[in-house]
Design a protein around this ligand. Sequence first.
Ligand code: NAD
Length: 394
Amino acid sequence: MATQKKVRLGLVGTGSRCHSLCDAYHHHKQLEIVACCDTAKGKAEAFAGIFEKITGQKGLRAYSSYEEMLQNEALDALMICCDPDVQVDIACDAMNRGIHVMTEVPAAFSIAQCENLVDTVEKTGCKYQLAEQTRYWKFIQEWRAMAERGEFGHIIYAEGEYLHYEPAWDNFLDRKTGYTTVSADPSFYADPAYRSSWRNWCFRNPIFYLPHTLSPLLSITGGRITKVCCMGTRPLSYATELMSARDIQNAVMYNDQDTVFSVRTGYTSPYGFKAQTGAHWYQIKGTERTVEWARSTIDTPKMFTPVKGTHDGEWKAMDWTCADPDMPDEFKEAAHGGTDFYPIHYFVDAILNDKTPPMDVYKAVETAAPAILAAISCEKGGVMLEVPDFRHRK
Ligand SMILES: NC(=O)c1ccc[n+]([C@@H]2O[C@H](COP(=O)([O-])OP(=O)(O)OC[C@H]3O[C@@H](n4cnc5c(N)ncnc54)[C@H](O)[C@@H]3O)[C@@H](O)[C@H]2O)c1
């Protein structure tokens, strides 16, 4: 039985993701969102005003830096949803001060960051969780249960994609104010008042975003990725003129359970959305069953069950969904079919009841490291790279 204590949460980064998460997080009965910070001028204050309007909760304290927030607040935990390349440093500093931490995808951008994250969790004993949420889609939960019951036989292949086109992303950041500009105008590259935003430099190697897709796939297959190689188009988009981005990258990976993986990512070409999941798509091929998500908005999810010993079998359209109709009411308020609530639910539960959260630090870096090495592989023309084992280090 959980105690009635509340977790006092601080928010680091009040950009678009923070807005979307807090719409739902404030419904959590054992969570008190007490403070927020953002390095862009006046952004945290503006967020505090919006937060009050949405939630009716007055007095969310706003700061212009993480350090200032920690000097003034006694926090139990942080939700770090700022630029992903600075999340690990903040997370490790916070855990060294005894503060529990949740970060956003992708968990890290270098193998050194992965090691730092694991070392710090092991040393401090703080709770760390990656807030990857697509692993909680209802159909992913069903596929996971099928795998646990052995219904796939041996899973020989897992495939996924996250192909999310926007005609213009928030590509450029005003150096003075710290605010980003939504534009695909390449003349910003030459303007000294601006620099590339995190999205813009990340999309040069979009495979950095592979963890979002690998997380649900690994939750079904089990095991860890041991080998990775990756190919991509040139680092100059064909579809978004003069944008410094690869339109697609595809990583081929292998895990320690003899399963082959193929995952692709891209953000700058119009790829076409899928029913319910939008930019996300998945397939699992086992010796006894194949399942796949709808490939387009005019397709349906489907399952193939072979007739043993023949090449025949039955393809069946399935009525799988993203949202779980039976989820508690507070989950239903969250984006991505309610799944954005699962990470905060498990994070608070881990803190209050001393549990290991489901997407713990090992699982987080086991999605990040293959992405980091895939980007390196692509830069080197597709060489195969070995992924370190973060659970058994010397
Ligand atoms: N899981 C998902 O579905 C999902 C969806 C969107 C974004 N994300 C992730 O969430 C994170 C944030 O994305 P976003 O879309 O909100 O980005 P964003 O650029 O809109 O917001 C990031 C904010 O962090 C602030 N910031 C940067 N450095 C900071 C620092 N050191 N301290 C405090 N604030 C700082 C920026 O000023 C900005 O306001 C990224 O890791 C992204 O990958 C996840």
